[in-house]
Design a protein around this ligand. Sequence first.
Ligand code: HMG
Ligand code: MG
Length: 298
Amino acid sequence: GLPERVDIYEVGARDGLQNEATSVPATVKAEFIERLADAGLTTIEATSFVHPKWVPQLADAEELLGSLPRRDGVRYPVLVPNERGLDRALAMGLREIAIFASATETFAQRNLNRTLESQFEMFEPVMRRALDAGMTVRGYVSMCFGDPWEGAVPIEQVVRVGTRLLELGCAQLSLGDTIGVATAGQVRALLGAFTAAGTDIGSLAVHFHDTYGQALANTLAALQAGVTTVDASAGGLGGCPYAKNATGNLATENLVWMLDGLGVQTGVDLGRLVETSVWMAGHLGRPSPSGVVRALTS
Ligand code: HMG
Ligand code: MG
């Protein structure tokens, strides 16, 4: 069976814009986020408190969050890798953060400048202090289905990393197919391995990039397995600057089109969302890669 409702975790403003060659002005980002909220999205990852040299596209995190009007019922989580990032989030009065771990050694080093093991030493004090401050923390695991340098990633290794994040106190775990190589059978197998290890399926979210055009099929497999939170990015923006071969995320429009067709509720107005992605594409100077966006605007 399928859930009655799916919670869409919108990542376009963060995962999307972190990968754009042109830096988008903070005012445009704020308007993008406002429009996403107007379209009915209620969880909108806004930006990252990472090192500005590592991700210059998001160096304006304070400016953006300072200018973003808070709205009832809309959450704006941000990525935080370390205590310095947490300090910045606390200074802005934020209540929700996400830490991001790697399932592989190579990507831990390339994305976090830490080893697979020492990434946890970075996360532990962040989690302790964030939970003490009453924050809600999401945990990402990257490279869950394949790594551009290491190839196939053993399922047990992914489960081990994810379980450690949950043990540290993450309220939700987002399983990332960073480079978009997963297929539906692998999704079923990984979710099965987590539940076999005692993880509540309700605490799992999926985060697919669409490199091989499998993101929607993978999402359906996850929904059939009981997942109810799906990450997506408006217009299919996205990628990771530190991951070779990473293209955009599952487009939120593709997801909403499928869920509307299935009668699964999302609270999202597809027409307004498409308008927003077309507007954003204008700022980025290239069309959205989403077939749904194209079909509904031609
Ligand atoms: P590092 O160089 O090891 O940092 O980077 P450090 O702790 O050694 O500190 C060095 C200097 O950086 C210090 O300054 C710190 O203050 C400063 P100095 O004393 O030399 O003047 N610094 C900071 N400044 C601002 N904000 C901070 C911060 N931290 C340190 N937070 C670090 C380690 C983690 C910071 C770095 O590797 C980094 O920023 N990485 C982020 C990479 C990133 O954002 N990647 C994209 C997001 S992950 C993703 O897209 C995948 C996902 O979508 C899921 C999926 O698809 O799988 C989530
Ligand atoms: Mg991603």
